[in-house]
Design a protein around this ligand. Structure first.
Ligand code: HAM
Length: 421
């Protein structure tokens, strides 16, 4: 029979690698708790309309990258979530979280997202985001806090040389003011721009500034900057975000061409980058989205958040040669010299595990030497050997592998002896 392979752009995360994932997830939870964030878990699929309205009809994500399904027996048009801001906003509105006495509402999530992209290093079709969203405050200090929270997390993981690119994409009104100037400029160079950009001019001209094509970049180098068209209020907000970041010593550069690939952003937009990880360099993206809650049927509540890809973080760590301090190995391996000792060992094993000590024994009828080898391969901290004499005396020979030190103890004291170390 032909073998079935894993779908393109997806990964199996196997033991040996999964410990790093668990470490990152545990550290993220711990870190976010310090900022008073709580976890939210929303479904992995939502009504397609949520992303059409939330992320935006003319974005690459909605136009080209969504995995949508329709069950033939129902009317529902559903989509595997390509990102989670829209889902969290939906849940925030649906569960009336704006009514909670704890405000602002601070939520984080960890989970898989799905986009039909061309797979390459750091770009997958199923990838894992760790993200956070805050609702209910327009205070620029919250913008800085959100950026600082993820920046400090990357620092905790040991990453160096990170760069925060920061921009303000203004309010809807700011963008409307800027639009005609931008259109004048773009229409002048229209025929020289790539095909994608030509169509973007008509549908979403700001996105032209985000084109990765070198020729388009050069042609739009002097395009009118949105920053010059911000209202006084928007400009003051942006200045305050920068002041707070400077106060905290978070390094950033203002990049007036930073336009994120999702339509919901207002005011602050940011990305955290590291010199080239695989084919991509962006570790994290985020920003403010003050119109989104209302757009999805809620009251006019401000929001801001970010998400980063765990796969990209792992690539970045690898690239910088950073080893996460993950714990591997088991506490104790029971080695049997004679098969008569098996029942006794099996009971001991149960006792150890009940005491929270990780323990293993042989289930393959291996000779003692092979059992010791197996213990070694599992990086067991201790071996407890039960031979004929020990079986008769009700003892075990406990050996600490690191020191080679060994002594005979009553089997009933095994838990204590291991704990005592
Ligand atoms: P995004 O920029 O589309 O933003 O994605 C955020 C991060 O997810 C990226 O910086 C990258 O690390 C990771 N990522 C995205 N696509 C892929 C992929 N195909 N393969 C691997 N990793 C990927 C958002 O998703 C927004 N929801 C972020 C946000 C939250 N804005 C406000 N709140």
């Amino acid at each position: 029979m032909a073998r079935i392979q894993i779908p393109r752009g997806t990964q199996d995360i196997l033991p040996g690698a999964v410990e790093q994932w668990q470490y990152i997830e545990a550290k993220a939870r711990e870190h976010f708790r310090c900022y008073n964030y709580r976890e939210i878990r929303t479904p992995m699929f939502e009504h397609t309309e949520l992303f059409q309205r939330g992320v935006g009809e003319t974005t690459d994500i909605v136009e080209k990258e969504m995995y949508s399904v329709r069950n033939p027996r129902s009317e529902d048009q559903l989509t595997l979530r390509p990102e989670n801001t829209a889902g969290v906003v939906r849940s925030y509105v649906e569960n009336k979280m704006y009514g909670s006495p704890n405000q602002p509402t601070k939520l984080y999530y960890i989970g898989p997202m799905f986009r039909h992209e061309r797979p390459q290093a750091g770009r997958l079709r199923q990838f894992t985001q760790i993200g956070a969203e805050t609702f209910g405050s327009s205070d620029p200090a919250i913008d800085a806090e959100v950026i600082a929270m993820v920046f400090r997390f990357f620092e905790k993981m040991g990453l160096k040389g990170l760069r925060v690119d920061l921009n303000s994409v203004g309010t809807r009104e700011d963008r409307a003011r800027h639009r005609s100037y931008l259109l004048d400029f773009l229409n002048n160079v229209r025929s020289e721009l790539c095909e994608d950009c030509q169509s973007r001019i008509d549908r979403n001209p700001l996105r032209v500034l985000d084109c990765k094509n070198e020729k388009c970049k050069a042609l739009t180098k002097d395009a009118p900057s949105l920053l010059a068209y911000l209202s006084e209020e928007s400009a003051a907000h942006f200045a305050a975000v920068q002041r707070y970041l400077t106060d905290l010593g978070i390094p950033f550069v203002v990049d007036n061409r930073l336009v994120r690939g999702l339509d919901y952003y207002t005011l602050t937009a940011f990305e955290i980058k590291m010199a080239e990880i695989g084919a991509v360099e962006t570790l994290c993206g985020g920003g403010r989205y003050n119109g989104l809650v209302a757009e999805l049927g809620g009251d006019d509540m401000p929001g801001i958040g970010f998400a980063f890809g765990v796969e990209r973080l792992l690539l970045a760590l690898e690239k910088q040669g950073i080893q996460l301090p993950v714990e591997e190995g088991i506490d104790c391996y029971l080695v049997l010299q004679t098969s008569e000792a098996k029942a006794q060992a099996f009971r001991l094993l149960d006792e150890l595990r009940q005491a929270g000590i990780s323990a293993e024994m042989d289930y393959l009828d291996r000779k003692m030497k092979a059992q010791l080898k197996a213990a070694d391969r599992l990086s067991a901290r201790f071996t407890a050997i039960i031979g004929e004499a020990e079986l008769a005396n009700g003892t075990v020979v406990l050996k600490e592998m690191a020191t080679g030190e060994q002594r005979e103890i009553p089997a009933g004291e095994l838990v204590q002896a291991i704990r005592g170390h």
